[in-house]
Ligand binder design. Structure first.
Ligand code: ADP
Ligand code: MG
Length: 383
């Protein structure tokens, strides 16, 4: 019996070739949250970031950085890689990565620092200032330093929690306790901010430039090599995805999404090879599962890793169909979820601060007739 079963199973799988797996062999590699083994064309940036924070290892004052650049230019990935190296190199500097939309209050950030220092706080609630005192006491006692990365730093300002910056910068009474790396898509984020904060932080500006066509193609090729069936894609397909990604402010996520969708599109048609036509066909489209009729991935690559409210996701979904006037957006929204105009306006404000939408004022013949045009930021084509 046992033998027979093995025989049947053996026969069932006997004719199965690698091609039966389809074009996408390792889907996770094409996803934007994948952490690639090697970063390309960002050696200089990583080196510069490492140089800036290096003094912290010897207890000297590091250069605090403000890293900015458009979405999908590799800011988060590069900084995370530097943190990884720092952790391998020394135990005297603890690294703390914070996404400020997810952890947007002082106490939330302090609890991440407490975790990194492996401290246990008493269960009874301590006031935020007491928690911070505990942190600095432990650092003083153990001779520890902490490198804090505040990614999507806009979240802190949006929630009026910039006091955190001030506290981190001033801790240690002259001794550098914290190194700070702020990251944002917005180069002007700090322009109108409190001068006291800026002067105590002394952030050095560091811009992440756009990838050019060849660099983008090289990055996408690496992912294709690791995630797609050999022979299923060619330079033409990579170039087509790269060109569109470069046009959309050099966003690698846009390129990855196109490549993944084009592969799925070709797969669906039982083709062995992706063509440029597949890339054209999927551009800006949502792909649905043939059986369940649900989208193949929950949302666009640009927002997969963001923590968004249900209302925010709904707004983005509506805008996928193209630019909308606010007067069109409200009724479309309320068909799905009942909210007041004021509430919807607040979600729009948050999405604008997260740089996911672009809101443009359109002047009417009188101020009463002014309207707003709203569109998705990552669909914008470079002018
Ligand atoms: N130089 C690069 N080499 C390899 N992959 C990259 C590179 N730059 C960006 N990526 C990929 O692009 C995606 C977005 O990168 P990310 O660091 O999140 O960008 P940002 O933080 O600037 O929005 C990730 O999947 C990342 O792996
Ligand atoms: Mg990022």
């Amino acid at each position: 019996m046992q033998y027979l079963l093995v025989g049947v199973v053996g026969r069932l799988f006997a004719g199965m070739q690698r091609e039966d797996l389809g074009i996408v062999t390792r889907e996770e590699v094409l996803m934007p949250e994948y952490f690639p083994a090697g970063l390309q064309h960002r050696e200089t940036e990583m080196q510069a970031i490492a140089e800036a924070v290096k003094p912290l290892i010897e207890g000297r004052q590091p250069d605090n950085l403000f890293i900015h650049g458009d979405s999908g230019t590799g800011k988060t990935t590069c900084v995370k890689r530097v943190l990884e190296e720092m952790n391998k190199y020394t135990s005297k500097v603890k690294t703390v990565y914070v996404n400020c939309w997810e952890y947007s209050t002082r106490i939330a950030v302090y609890s991440l620092i407490v975790n990194a220092l492996k401290e246990i706080l008493p269960r009874r609630g301590l006031a935020t200032d007491e928690v911070f005192d505990r942190i600095t006491d432990v650092m003083e006692k153990d001779g520890m330093r902490v490198l804090v990365v505040l990614d999507e730093m806009d979240g802190l300002f949006f929630h009026n929690e910039e006091k955190l910056l001030y506290e981190l910068a001033r801790a240690g009474k002259g001794k550098p306790f914290f190194g700070i790396i702020g990251i944002s898509n917005d180069p002007y984020l700090l322009v109108d901010k409190d001068v006291r904060i800026k002067s105590s932080l002394r952030l050095t500006d560091f811009a992440f430039k756009h990838y050019d066509q060849a660099q983008m193609a090289a990055i996408l090729s690496e992912r294709a090599k690791a995630g797609l069936m050999p022979g299923s894609w060619g330079k033409d397909v990579i170039d087509a995805c790269a060109e569109k990604a470069v046009a959309r402010k050099s966003n690698v996520r846009v390129g990855l999404e196109l490549l993944w969708k084009a592969a799925k599109h070709a797969d669906k048609a039982d083709k062995k090879k992706i063509t440029v036509e597949d890339v054209e066909a999927v551009d800006g489209k949502t792909l649905y599962d043939a059986k369940t009729k649900k989208p193949l991935v929950e949302c666009s690559f640009e927002i997969r890793s963001k923590s968004l409210a249900e209302e925010e996701k709904l707004i983005l979904e509506i805008l996928k169909g193209g630019e909308k006037q606010s007067s069109e957006l409200y009724p479309a929204f309320c068909k799905k979820l009942m909210r007041t105009k004021r509430q919807i306006r607040n979600y729009l404000k948050a999405l604008e601060a997260k740089k996911l939408i672009v809101v443009e004022e359109v002047k009417g013949s009188s101020p009463m007739l002014n309207t707003k045009k709203i569109r998705l930021s990552w669909q914008e084509v470079k002018k």
